[in-house]
Design a protein around this ligand. Structure first.
Ligand code: SF4
Length: 427
């Protein structure tokens, strides 16, 4: 197994580095140096490859997966197709219902992008099925599931290594409004409280690192104690977890394991930049992966918008990877339309931040679109739009009187008036 970080440290430019450098239009040597320092990572999948981190375009992840209540493999595969068609950069299988091994394999096989997962979900479900209680969970059970996921071609895994016994003392002080909202975090807190044992993902971190080395599996260090409301943003629990993750990054980097840091969650606008800078500083500039962030708690049904607002600011401040949020966040398992809305909203946020960060490819895309718009070249505009199907649907639903204008202004089209004037006056 080629360890990308190890090769990069030796100054070797691997095929994966060459491929990502070409995608991103940057120098391979520059990318390799960033991987060697742990500021970028490469996710490898049998059908594709993606780079995340410094000097790279901001990537978008789409969560799919069954729940105990809504469990259909074909439904999840349809969501996968929609997300891939809309150019999501990765997907995560968060399934918790049905035959989890089968669902994961099918998603990995059908995906055209790298696939991530959260193995602790399956470890807990199997422990409950076998022992009737979450107390049956063991370190061996967790590591067995992680290895199964890696063997099946999972590219990155969320591991909540920063949820430790010490956080229970802070939780007991009841300073939080919304407790622990991460599913993995809640499982581990509950297990630690019931058994009095330390989280194996923390106490056996060396074992985790060894396993990751075997498969060049990227560890996404999860934010199991992330705030679930603005009231809990940037609090003691969130920060104490981040400090633990910073130490985990050092250990993983020493072993040439690639690492991503996951971040919140719910954060008010005025705290986003500070949160990004803090995570980057404490975690040695490892790529930062944010869920949203959602910037207000009151917009149920519209959280693809609240998260896109947060994602754009976070991306501009230095976040590298945005996890989409759908309109059904906090309400239900996403529908196909929710996935579509969520991916597009997150792609827009990432792209807007890319432009602000000076990404030349992103800026060129907008520049070409602006020219097509000025020329009223509807075919080119459709091709260049973030969701061509939506462009076509809206334009074709309207009565078009002239191909030179749209029916917003009709014969008073400013673009046409200016084009005609310039032609007539020979400007
Ligand atoms: S009609 Fe108005 S909205 Fe439509 S292209 Fe012309 S200026 Fe733009």
């Amino acid at each position: 197994m080629i360890l990308e970080k190890e090769q990069a440290k030796k100054g070797i430019i691997t095929d994966a580095v060459k491929a990502v450098a070409k995608q991103e239009n940057i120098e391979a040597e520059k990318l390799a140096a960033s991987i060697a320092e742990g500021r970028s990572v490469i996710l490898k999948h049998r059908n594709s490859i993606k780079g995340i981190g410094e000097n790279l375009s901001i990537k978008v992840n789409t969560n799919i997966g069954t729940s105990p209540d809504v469990c259909s493999l074909s439904f999840e595969l349809e969501k996968l197709k929609v997300a891939c068609d809309l150019k999501t950069d990765t997907v995560m299988d968060l399934s918790t219902g049905g035959n989890l091994d089968l669902i994961r394999k099918e998603i990995v096989n059908a995906s055209s992008v790298p696939v991530g997962s959260v193995p602790v979900y399956q470890a807990v479900i199997e422990a409950i099925e076998k022992h009737g209680t979450i107390e049956g969970l063991t370190g061996d059970g967790i590591f067995d599931v992680i290895e199964r996921h890696a063997r099946d071609g999972i590219s990155f895994i969320t591991v909540h290594c920063g949820v430790t016994l010490s956080c229970l003392d802070i939780l007991k002080r009841k300073t939080r409004k919304t407790g622990v909202v991460s599913r993995g975090g809640a499982f581990l807190v509950s297990w630690m409280a019931l058994t009095g044992k330390e989280n194996p993902l923390y106490s056996e971190f060396d074992r985790l690192v060894e396993l990751a080395r075997r498969y060049d599996l990227v560890l996404s260090l999860g934010d199991g104690l992330r705030p679930g409301s603005l009231a809990d943003a940037s609090d003691n629990l969130q920060m104490s977890e981040l400090l633990v993750l910073g130490r985990c990054v050092e250990k993983a980097h020493d072993a040439n394991v690639q690492v991503i840091i996951e971040g919140p969650g719910h954060i008010p606008l005025n705290q986003i930049v500070a949160n990004v800078h803090l995570a980057k500083t404490i975690c040695h500039s490892a790529p930062l992966y944010l869920l949203g962030p959602i910037v207000t708690d009151i917009a149920a049904g519209y959280d693809h918008i609240t998260s896109a607002i947060g994602g754009a600011i976070a991306g501009w401040a230095g976040a590298d990877f945005l996890c989409y949020v759908t309109p059904s966040e906090h309400l239900a398992l996403p529908s196909i339309e929710d996935v579509e809305d969520g991916v597009v909203a997150s792609k827009i946020a990432a792209h807007a931040a890319d432009i602000a960060r000076g990404n030349a490819q992103a800026q060129q895309w907008d520049s070409t679109m602006a020219q097509a718009r000025y020329n009223r070249d509807w075919h080119q505009q459709e091709d260049l739009s973030i969701n061509p199907l939506r462009f076509k649907k809206i334009r074709s639903s309207q009565k078009i009187f002239s191909d030179e204008v749209c029916n917003m202004c009709g014969k008073y089209c400013a673009m046409k008036i200016m084009n005609d004037t310039i032609k007539k006056m020979g400007f």
